[in-house]
Design a protein around this ligand. Structure first.
Ligand code: ADP
Length: 241
């Protein structure tokens, strides 16, 4: 089930946001996209999510054209830093949202949705808080609801853009460990955008270092730190360490 990205280019202005990006993401991998602001991380994630399209290039999954499938057909879960929850819906209703809006044929029966939401509440350790509204939760709890909502549709691929970016350091550290466990328990393939190198180091099987829309280096955290492939990687790691 390799997700194969080939020669993706996305151009908004003269400077390409993505410039000939190729990458194979293996099933079960936890990939961290790192790089300075404006290097194309979010653009790449949005293309995988079906929220944007490349001008050139392909993405294949199981030999099928991933880009031809619309966002709903892709079976991806999505969490953004400011991926606001629906304020007028309870935690339960937020989590169930992706299932309720499915076409009738693919919508699970009410009782099944309830069971699934119960399971997810346990998984994200929000047992007993299902009837609260987002305004009654802490920032960390809200991001866990956002994650539960993303997981409700049983995605094969989880896409996370700075999901803990707005949280304080202690909460971030706790959520980070928990996310890695969840990734393993559920057998997910996860692509995670972060500017926090410690986070990337601790979480990722492989780092993808981006700069000006291009991939500078792909490797295990150890490889990237011990043998930076380009002067940019060297400087980037040194600069923000
Ligand atoms: P990152 O996530 O690494 O900060 P982005 O993918 O958000 O980088 O942005 C890459 C480049 O593409 C930036 O120069 C940004 O200004 C540009 N860009 C992204 N989205 C748009 C858009 N919708 N319209 C115009 N330019 C954009």
């Amino acid at each position: 089930m390799t997700l194969a990205l080939k020669q993706l280019t996305r151009q908004f202005t003269e400077l390409a946001a993505l410039d000939d990006v190729s990458l194979d993401i293996e099933p079960g991998e936890f990939i961290a996209l790192v790089g300075p602001s404006g290097s194309g991380k979010t653009t790449l994630l949005r293309i995988l999510a079906g929220l944007d399209y490349p001008d050139r290039g392909t993405v294949m999954l199981n030999g099928r054209d991933f880009l031809a499938a619309n966002a709903r057909e892709r079976n991806v879960g999505l969490v953004f830093q400011h991926y606001a929850l629906f304020r007028h819906l309870s935690v339960r209703e937020n989590i169930a949202f992706g299932l309720r809006v499915r076409p009738r044929k693919r919508r699970p029966p009410r009782a099944d949705i309830r069971t699934r939401v119960d399971d997810l509440l346990k998984r994200v350790q929000l047992d007993g808080l299902g009837d609260r509204y987002p305004s009654q939760l802490s920032g960390g709890q809200r991001q866990r609801v956002a994650l539960a909502r993303a997981l409700a549709v049983e995605p094969e691929i989880l896409l996370l853009d700075e999901p803990f970016g707005a949280l304080d350091a202690q909460v971030r550290t706790a959520l980070r460990r928990w996310l890695r466990e969840l990734h393993e328990d559920l057998g997910l393939t996860t692509v995670f955008v972060t500017h926090d190198q410690e986070e990337a180091l601790e979480l990722a099987d492989r780092l993808v270092v981006m700069n000006r829309g291009r991939i500078e280096q792909v490797g295990s955290p150890q490889e990237v730190y011990q043998a930076p492939a380009t002067p940019f990687v060297c400087e980037f790691i040194g600069r923000t360490n």
